[in-house]
Design a protein around this ligand. Structure first.
Ligand SMILES: Cc1cc2nc3c(=O)[nH]c(=O)nc-3n(C[C@H](O)[C@H](O)[C@H](O)COP(=O)(O)OP(=O)(O)OC[C@H]3O[C@@H](n4cnc5c(N)ncnc54)[C@H](O)[C@@H]3O)c2cc1C
Length: 427
């Protein structure tokens, strides 16, 4: 090959693999063959393994380890698969995978993908060494899968992350951090091997004095508290986590102690600092969470559509009434609109675009509210059967509700969006 050709080829590869252009200059809404194959593969798992198990684990309200094991066996749960999904430079593979899995069932979906919140925190704030050391441990092995937990919320620090009271004090003599406090609502809290904990190293600095810490498996002083009995996603485990003089090695602060000391010093001098640890995690995960809500909504819509085409009243299919058909049309419209917002935010996040109008928050807000509305409409279309636990849409409705609450409530998303569009301090 002539040298100019080689240079052109190198330039093309560079362009295709760099962040910032979405993988090329031509615009297309078509999924790649890779994305279609992955989507269909996850869909198959959802249909054959997740859906048939959904009712049982929802009723039992227990963590579905056998299903997580199946997901690990086929390579859906694990470090490698996440790497594969994440490496797609358009950013769409992750939301596509999440939509398909949660189309199967949200409780089991969260049991399988709840770990990814802790992984996102390590990936977002960790050094390359920390990423290499801790992320594989979050998943365990195919034979013995493990889960991880991300612990930010506390009894008095939900929407207001700056109110975190858990402290991390550095013990110079032993080169250890000592953590004390109580975490609330932690997905996988206490059953996780790895806990990523947001703690304050300097209470006077509010959220700017926060850092994220990895609690290694089996660390003394890190215990599960009360398990939460929930309205929905009941196969997912949610619990308090108590930290009592919990000692961890000095290198377990994400990003490293040196960087943390520099950041705290900058803040104390009144200079700007990077976004706080918990918020940095949420910013990257919002579109993915939105995709989960889209999956639930789509499942309920499809179920209601099939039902409306079968069920007869007054001598005709109920879908032949405009009231029902128009409701289904609106459901479909809203689901597609939500998905487009999710994909846009995922693409922006992956290609390094600035979220100028809080597009990540928009996607999560829209998708969460669509999931609640669509699942409620699905119940209405199915009448008494929709309200019965013998049919899955009542479970989907209960599951959907969490999407207006966790990872930032709908009100908090509106706060973020309104601040972004106005440039004002909206309270
Ligand atoms: C099933 C489940 C799983 C969870 N998993 C995790 C997890 O893995 N890790 C984790 O750290 N946390 C987790 N959470 C916690 C979740 O993120 C919080 O519940 C959420 O952030 C809301 O906090 P809160 O419950 O304290 O509500 P509050 O903050 O007390 O809010 C109560 C109400 O007031 C509104 N409100 C609050 N402030 C404002 C404001 N400024 N303007 C307008 N309205 C406002 C809220 O929108 C809400 O409607 C989970 C929660 C649940 C239910």
């Amino acid at each position: 090959m002539a040298s100019t050709d080689t240079t052109r080829t190198e330039e093309a590869i560079e362009q295709a693999t760099s962040n910032g252009d979405g993988g090329g200059t031509t615009f297309s809404m078509e999924l790649s063959q890779d994305q279609i194959d992955i989507r269909d593969w996850v869909h198959g798992f959802s249909e054959q393994v997740v859906r048939p198990a959904a009712h049982e684990w929802d009723e039992k309200e227990e963590f579905p380890w056998p299903v997580v094991q199946e997901a690990a066996k086929i390579g859906l749960y694990g470090f490698e698969s996440l790497g594969q999904f994440f490496s797609d430079e358009s950013g769409l593979t992750l939301p596509i995978v999440n939509e398909e899995l949660f189309w199967g069932d949200a409780g089991i979906g969260m049991a399988i993908f709840g770990t990814n919140l802790a992984v996102a925190a390590i990936f977002g704030s960790g050094t390359p060494e920390q990423i290499g050391e801790w992320i594989p441990q979050c998943y365990g092995s195919v034979d013995e899968p493990k889960v991880a937990a991300f612990c930010s919320s506390e009894p008095d620090a939900g929407s207001d992350v700056s109110a975190v009271r858990t402290t991390a004090k550095y013990d110079e003599a032993t080169d250890e951090w000592v953590l004390n406090g109580q975490k609330a609502w932690a997905t996988n809290g206490g059953i996780a091997d790895i806990h990523v904990v947001i703690a304050s190293v300097d209470r006077e600095l509010g959220s700017r004095g926060h850092a994220a810490f990895v609690i290694p498996p089996g660390t003394k002083g890190c215990e599960q508290g009360a398990k939460v009995k929930k309205h929905g996603i009941r196969a997912s485990h949610t619990a308090d986590v108590h930290l009592d003089d919990c000692r961890i090695p000095g290198n377990c602060v994400l990003g490293g102690k040196e960087k943390l000391d520099e950041r705290i010093a900058r803040v104390k001098e009144g200079k700007k600092s990077r976004s706080q640890a918990a918020m940095a995690t949420f910013e990257t995960t919002r579109p993915t969470v939105g995709a989960q809500a889209v999956g639930i909504a789509r499942a309920a819509y499809e179920y209601a559509l099939d039902y409306a085409k079968e069920r007869e009243q007054f001598g005709r299919k109920i879908v032949e009434n405009q009231a029902i058909a128009f409701t289904l049309a609106d459901m479909k419209l809203e689901i597609d609109a939500a998905r487009l917002l999710v994909w846009r935010a995922a693409w922006m996040g992956r290609t390094g675009k600035e979220f100028a109008n809080a597009e990540g928050s928009m996607s999560k807000l829209k998708a969460g509210e669509v999931a609640v509305n669509v699942t409620e409409k699905a119940i209405q279309i199915m009448g008494g059967n929709g309200y019965s636990r013998e049919y899955p849409v009542e479970r989907m409705h209960r599951d959907a509700k969490i999407y207006t609450i966790f990872e930032g409530t709908s009100e908090i998303q509106r706060l973020v969006i309104s601040r972004a569009i106005s440039g004002m301090r909206i309270e």
